[in-house]
Design a protein around this ligand. Structure first.
Ligand SMILES: *Cc1c(COP(=O)(O)O)cnc(C)c1O
Length: 386
């Protein structure tokens, strides 16, 4: 049998494994930041009608440049971020924001070019770089996962990347970036700056979007998605907002008719109902805040979150033990490979309750077990006395 090792793979792909989280059959699935709610019935019906309306034209190719969808996206994004100058010429859409980012790497990266990100962050950025033959530089965030304007821009000055990836709110930490960080990077960067705002709709009150900076920085690109806030992950619709010249550049590499007529119709129907869909975002934010408070009440360190997930420190450095203990209670969370940390997605109210109750048990178990390994006899005595 032939294996991967026998194939003449490009060297940068050798030894890699495909991106993905385990898909296990559990009661409470909180590992991929999906929206826990299915589409509200009126939205599902609107999508159904929109799909029915295009079915009889499927012998034809779709609108190649998705003009109507891009105009709808501009209207939605302008209203959501308070940038009223956006038109369809500023927007571009593809099958998920991952595809948008791949297209950006095809345009601005490739062999002999460098992309850079600040880890821990979304690991797909690096995987997309590898897939397009773009070199990758991983700059590290500090212990508090924040980025500061001066340190971020000085790293850009040193490495001179063709593409900088920023992620705000950042996956997996939940941290939103101050606009000063984005501006200082945009001023310094010799190439383009991509701000991945996949979780933008979940940001807390008063967290501005990088979309508001677009008029000032023509090489700034903001990517967004309908996968999370819009409960539309199965449709695959992501988009970018940028200067119209960036959109023209992406059109040089996109496959002709990359976005199916079905996808375009479904996305337009959902956008027409965005207020209904975004009502669920508020419910998810409430559960997100409940997770933060609930875990802090267990005396765990928890990163502030502007997203639909929470990164928390496990009771011991061995986060795999906590991951397994939760799985034993039929809760699936994400081990993102950060020693001592796990990421949990905000679920429905009941799912969140299940998770918090499971965590209370796991923490109690681990704290009961811990002194036997780590505390000396003398310390044990003194704590008994107090
Ligand atoms: C989930 C996620 C996306 C979404 O990708 P799609 O291809 O739009 O589904 C993009 N960026 C980040 C940081 C994410 O976590």
């Amino acid at each position: 049998m032939t294996t991967l090792d026998d194939l003449p793979l490009r060297s940068e792909l050798k030894g890699r494994s495909p991106y993905g989280a385990p898909q296990l059959d559990v009661e409470v699935r909180l590992n991929t930041n999906e929206n826990p709610y299915s589409l509200p019935e009126p939205v599902a019906e609107a999508v159904e009608q929109a799909l029915a309306a295009v079915l009889r034209d499927l012998n034809r190719y779709p609108d190649r440049e998705a003009e109507a969808l891009r105009a709808d996206l501009a209207a939605y994004l302008g209203a959501a971020t308070g940038h009223d100058g956006l038109t369809g010429a500023n927007l571009w859409a593809a099958n998920g924001s991952n595809e948008v980012q791949q297209q950006l790497l095809q345009v601005f990266g490739g062999p002999g070019h460098l992309a850079m990100g600040f880890s821990p962050s979304y690991s797909m950025h690096e995987i997309l770089a590898a897939g397009t033959g773009t070199q990758w530089h991983d700059a590290q965030r500090g212990a508090d996962f924040a980025l500061r304007p001066e340190s971020a821009s000085s790293l850009v000055r040193v490495y001179q990347p063709d593409i900088v990836f920023l992620c705000s709110p950042n996956n997996p930490t939940g941290t939103a970036l101050d606009l000063e960080v984005i501006e200082s990077v945009a001023r310094e960067a010799p190439g383009v700056v991509v701000v991945d705002e996949a979780y933008g709709e979940f940001a807390r009150e008063g967290t501005p979007s990088a979309v508001t900076l677009l008029p000032k920085y023509p090489r700034l690109i903001v990517t967004r998605t309908m996968s999370k806030a819009f409960a539309f992950a199965g449709v695959r619709l992501g988009y970018l907002a940028a200067d119209p010249a960036v959109v023209q550049a992406v059109q040089l590499v996109r496959l002709p008719y990359h976005l199916s007529a079905l996808t375009q119709a479904a996305a337009r129907a959902a956008l027409a109902n965005s207020p209904l869909l975004l009502a669920q975002v508020e419910a998810i934010k409430t559960e997100r805040d409940r997770i933060v408070a609930g875990l802090r009440a267990l005396d765990l360190t928890v990163a502030d979150s502007d997203a639909n997930f929470v990164l928390f420190a496990t009771p011991t450095r061995d986060q795999q033990a906590t991951w397994q203990a939760l799985l034993d209670r039929s809760v699936l969370v994400r081990d993102v490979g950060l020693p001592g940390w796990l990421r949990v997605t905000a679920g429905t109210h009941d799912e969140t309750t299940w998770f918090l109750e499971a965590m209370a048990e796991v923490v109690a178990d681990q704290r009961n077990a811990a002194p036997k390994e780590t505390v000396t006899v003398g310390q044990e005595k003194s704590s008994d006395e107090s």
